[in-house]
Design a protein around this ligand. Structure first.
Ligand SMILES: N[C@@H](CCC(=O)N[C@@H](CS)C(=O)NCC(=O)O)C(=O)O
Length: 212
């Protein structure tokens, strides 16, 4: 049995959706970030970065970082075809875009959403927020250009990238603008969010408390 350490509207969205997709048995353990539970010893023992999500495996080991969790699930459940296999032609493309999403997309959302973590004075915080939003728009433009499939990120069909990108679209304040200016992202999101596994994941995020 897997244990997913999660928070409302946090990066756990993608991990949950993939666990549902592969029909893994898992328990969801809520980390109350508004009470600071992610920085308390009990959670730091599980994930020393103090970040959510984390996934405890059936062997008792825990992995944090969405990129690591996604890669782990793709490799552990190859029949679910959450990613191209190591010898498939579009495997490098998958790895590249997954890493762009985790290393650029996620932190850019965090910078825009939590500018107070990146600056001290009110003026500097306001500047970080403004720049974060501008960078987020640039990031989504990059995603729009990177999509090679008709309804999926990759030309070869559905992959974990569709869920990861969809999660990133859940966070911006002005989603209407995001979708109206990015038609390919809209199609990928619409298609991914219609999948039962993504719907199940989002159902448990119905009470937005914490964003990235
Ligand atoms: N790089 C991490 C980022 C995860 C992350 O920042 N999660 C947020 C919640 S959405 C968090 O734990 N924030 C608390 C913090 O950064 O101290 C990942 O991909 O899992």
């Amino acid at each position: 049995m897997y244990v997913l350490h999660w928070e409302y509207m946090a990066g756990s969205i993608v991990a949950q959706a993939l666990l549902h997709e592969v029909e893994a048995e898992f328990e969801q353990r809520h980390v109350d970030m508004s009470s600071g539970d992610h920085k308390k010893p009990a959670y730091l023992d599980i994930n020393p970065t103090g970040r959510v999500p984390a996934l405890t495996l059936p062997n008792g080991k825990t992995i944090g970082e969405t990129g690591a969790i996604v890669t782990y699930l793709c490799e552990t459940f190859p029949k679910a075809r959450l990613s191209p296999q190591s010898t498939d032609a579009d495997r490098p493309e998958f790895l590249f875009w997954l890493n762009v999403m985790t290393s650029t997309g996620y932190p850019t959302v965090s910078r825009w959403n939590h500018p107070e973590r990146y600056a001290r004075s009110d003026a500097a915080i306001a500047e970080v927020e403004e720049k974060g939003l501008a960078d987020l728009n640039i990031f989504f433009d990059l995603m729009e250009d990177g999509i090679s499939g008709q309804k999926t990120f990759l030309k070869s069909g559905f992959s974990a990238l569709d869920y990861y990108l969809s999660m990133l679209t859940e966070w911006p304040a002005d989603r209407e603008r995001l979708f109206s200016t990015h038609p390919k992202i809209t199609v990928v999101y619409t298609s991914a969010s219609e999948r039962p596994a993504y719907k199940k994941s989002m159902n448990s995020h119905a009470l937005p408390k914490v964003a990235a």
